[in-house]
Design a protein around this ligand. Structure first.
Ligand code: SF4
Ligand code: SF4
Ligand code: SF4
Length: 526
């Protein structure tokens, strides 16, 4: 055993240990990309820097063995800045979108490419589950949404945007999905109840997302039936049966509806007393609301635009009562975001909304990239529904249209260490970025794995792992100096290079450079 110091405290580890795994074993969270337990190590990413307190020097903890006299500082401002600079250098020539532009443009932040992949594989039930994670009224919005996602869809750089809205509508009309209510409600939320005034899209969405966390929601509305302004939409555009179906779906989650109950100032004060929080989702501001003690301005109620909190504690305002709003999807997005804030409020946490996370992005497709993106797609033009818009897309059309998506998102969005560290260290992707970016390349070859070299940080883990498993070809460093790349040697295919251990190599790759194309790809053979 060796005794040494970490942050001036004496500790003991096995003799001969490298510093990084030793610190990890002691419970210190040291960032790293190129280190992989069980593989011979070559230092490259320099994220695991720590400080030798005796000399003040920054040292890569992955490449030094523990010595008896060491006193290691694991974190301070200088270390933070050095790691952040290392990340920014890696990100300066990193080309990829973490989240697809369509997802970023959707006010409800729906995972559109994942929905498309599932629909492309004929999985309407799973697609609906993905949709309903973010959108409480998918069939309604599938008919009336002005689709800001399609306006930004990158496929329009090639021909026309993907018909996202009609695909979502198909999932809503054809998929089967039962949301699961929590078996055990979080202790801080047990017994909590929320009153929602207004049964339009914002109120319905807030109730849906909050109820799914086990908080009892009750919607009050003076109208005899729920839906607010949605009830006024022409039957030819939004059939009542679709609206009723989605409202009764929300009711089945446990949301209570008290229709025909107008809320005046006294009733509002009673709700404030008897519920843990109140959400005002009444639609455009009406004069009597100004007397409820809420701060208002010309267009609506004054509320924090990030948290939806009004000047009254525990009272939130969402949708068109904040300012006139024509897009129903914005109201639905408000409902979802406000639910996040409501839960924070109910749990006595700081109310700050859903945290944003680092998002790499690269903008428009370059002409030379079109063929690369089409490798994951078909080259057909946008499918127009053969029986007209009112009928929507039929299965064959859905399969074809969903397959037009060029999958701008990253498949490792939740596990990519580069993204996680970039977020934690508040890295600025543009700090060292040049004017020109490298062109996106996609290596696919019909298998389940996908390799995108412009997301590779050249950590060499895939190379060492395929060597360790004695893959005939494996992955290799190709070229020299600044032009060095990772690839399969002798122009072999990716399938040949990875052969039996593709899934293990994909898991070990710390970024989205190597990924599985779909959670359930059509052909899992590599
Ligand atoms: S590899 Fe990581 S940082 Fe890059 S696009 Fe994918 S998730 Fe984002
Ligand atoms: S091509 Fe697909 S992933 Fe890309 S923006 Fe359009 S719908 Fe989204
Ligand atoms: S592709 Fe290989 S070298 Fe590149 S980041 Fe992934 S594991 Fe590292």
């Amino acid at each position: 055993m060796i005794r040494f110091k970490v942050n001036h405290k004496e500790v003991e580890v096995a003799g001969g240990a490298y510093l990084l795994p030793a610190l990890q074993a002691l419970g210190y969270d040291i960032p790293h990309l190129c280190y992989y337990e069980g593989l011979e190590h070559y230092t490259s990413c320099m994220l695991c820097l720590v400080k030798d307190a005796r000399t003040g020097a920054l040292i890569p903890s992955c490449s030094l063995r523990v010595e008896p006299e060491m006193d290691i500082i694991t974190d301070d401002e200088e270390i933070f800045e050095a790691r952040k600079t290392g990340l920014e250098l890696l990100l300066s020539d990193h080309v990829g979108d973490c989240e697809a532009p369509c997802t970023k443009a959707c006010p409800a932040h729906m995972n559109i490419p994942l929905m498309n992949r599932l629909l492309q594989n004929g999985k309407a039930d799973e697609a609906l589950e993905v949709v309903m994670k973010d959108i409480a009224l998918p069939g309604v919005l599938g008919r009336i949404c002005s689709a800001p996602c399609e306006k930004i869809c990158r496929r329009k750089d090639i021909d026309e945007p993907v018909s996202i809205c009609l695909l979502k509508r198909y999932a809503a009309d054809s998929g089967l999905y039962e949301p699961s209510l929590p078996e055990q409600v979080e202790p801080a939320l047990q017994g909590r109840k929320v009153a929602i005034i207004g049964s339009g899209p914002a109120g319905l969405a807030a109730a849906y997302h909050t109820q799914l966390r086990g908080v009892q929601c009750t919607i009050f509305d003076k109208a005899p039936v729920a839906g607010g302004q949605l009830q006024a939409i022409d039957e030819a555009i939004l059939p009542k049966e679709v609206l009723d179906r989605e409202i009764s779906f929300i009711e089945k989650t446990g949301v209570r509806f008290r229709m025909g109950e107008a809320i005046d100032k006294d009733a509002f004060l009673r709700l404030k007393e008897s519920y843990n929080a109140v959400v005002i989702a009444t639609g455009p501001l009406e004069e009597p609301l100004r007397e409820w003690g809420l701060e208002t301005y010309k267009q609506g109620i004054q509320a924090n635009r990030s948290t939806y909190e009004t000047n009254l504690p525990g009272v939130f305002a969402i949708g068109a009562v904040l300012k006139p709003m024509r897009m129903a999807v914005k109201s639905v997005g408000h409902g979802k975001e406000a639910s996040y804030c409501l839960l924070q409020y109910l749990k006595d946490e700081e109310v700050k909304g859903e945290p944003g996370i680092f998002n790499s992005r690269f903008g428009r497709i370059l002409p030379e990239e079109v063929q690369e993106f089409l490798k994951e797609s078909n080259d057909h033009h946008r499918v127009e529904p053969i029986y007209g818009l009112s009928e929507g897309l039929k299965l064959e059309e859905v399969l074809e249209e969903a397959a037009r998506c060029i999958h701008c998102d990253c498949r490792k969005i939740d596990t990519c260490k580069l993204r996680i560290y970039a977020d934690a260290y508040r890295a600025d992707q543009k700090r060292f970025g040049g004017a020109e970016r490298k062109a996106v390349k996609k290596v696919i070859e019909n298998g389940a794995a996908l390799y995108e070299p412009e997301k590779c940080v050249k950590c060499g883990i895939c190379v060492r792992l395929t060597e360790k498993h004695r893959e005939t070809y494996g992955m290799a460093f190709i070229g020299r100096g600044f032009d060095i790349e990772i690839g399969t040697p002798f122009h072999e295919t990716l399938s040949t290079g990875l052969d039996d251990i593709a899934e293990e190599v994909v898991r070990a790759c710390p970024t989205g450079a190597l990924a599985l194309r779909s959670p359930d790809p059509p052909d899992r053979r590599l």
